[in-house]
Design a protein around this ligand. Sequence first.
Ligand code: AMP
Ligand code: MG
Length: 389
Amino acid sequence: MISVSEALDRLFSLAAPLSAETVPLHRAVGRVLVEPVTARRDQPPFNASAMDGYGVTEAAPGKRLKVIGESAAGSSFEGPVGDADAVRIFTGAPVPEGVTTVVIQEDVDRDGDTILITDRLGSGTNIRPLGGDFRVGETIPAPRLLGPQDIALLAAMNIPTVRVARRPRVALISTGDELVMPGETPGPDQIIVSNTFGLHAMLTQAGAEPRILPIAHDTEAALATVLGLVDDADLVITIGGASVGDHDLVAKVAAQLGLERAFHKVAMRPGKPLMSGRLGDAMMIGLPGNPVSAMVCGEIFVKPVIRAMQGLPAEPALRETAQLAAEIGSNGPREHYMRGRSEPDGRVTVFGRQDSSLLSVLGASDVLVVRPPKDGPRAAGDLVEIVRL
Ligand code: AMP
Ligand code: MG
């Protein structure tokens, strides 16, 4: 059995980076930018008013000025502005040549075409300087996972399309005679496929393009048939059938189909029977069937692989530290990812029931508390490592 970090290293070396494609900006959120983007204009492209008010060459309380024109967003005032002049100006409008200050409209009294700057006059010019946000040539570096803020910045830079990594295509295969799809009427000894849908959701959020294939029954022929439907997937994920029971056929059938196995079994809880390798053109990961095991392995192994395939750094799930809200007992020989909840004060409570079948406990969790192998008992207030869900 190998350690979690060793397994992750082997997964990263199997994860080939995918090609790039061009997408319109409104389709780019959640995608990974693969080429740096350079601003082709200054923002703002002129000195711009930050407020509604009056542009003047010099602001002083008691000064009386004549309003000689108007500068609005999209239509600037052309012409000279003298020391006795003011230009009515609105937020976002170009500041006319010679104007040093925009006096906000609350700080003047207006009478016809005349304004009086009152002693309410505040400090500051209320002018946003040309290029104050970004200048021509400034870049957004790649690789970068694009969030909504990046999309806004790219739009302001006048970038209508971006080069992003192709979404990893993932084939999800459930195995088991007992499994039926949600919505079906299960027989007395059947259960509903659950983690397949959980993984589909997780991988969609992670930027992948998952597809749920038909459930493979626990025969070699059925499993080989479904594996034959994989088509052009970059990553094939099987769920269940990964341990060494009589009905656990994944390793055997995958080997018959030519799997170059990279490892089988990881020293972790839950998730010990994890396996991976290369199957034809695709990478394959065999996840354990227990619902919590599959979902935890999704967080710890599959999501980092999806990120790496899109060109992001090959890094494990981010770990933070948090204080325990209550004591916990010692850990066994495997790295344990315990389901827990963060409290309003930031401390974390580890749930008492940790069986790997309990989706209700996972559903109530927002953190995994990571216990190193053979970690001793921990008291309330002790610092532990966590992975946020
Ligand atoms: P296995 O690894 O096939 O022995 O499965 C371990 C446990 O997980 C069994 O109780 C299975 O019924 C259950 N299981 C396997 N695959 C799934 C799935 N896709 N959704 C929900 N439960 C599953
Ligand atoms: Mg099974």
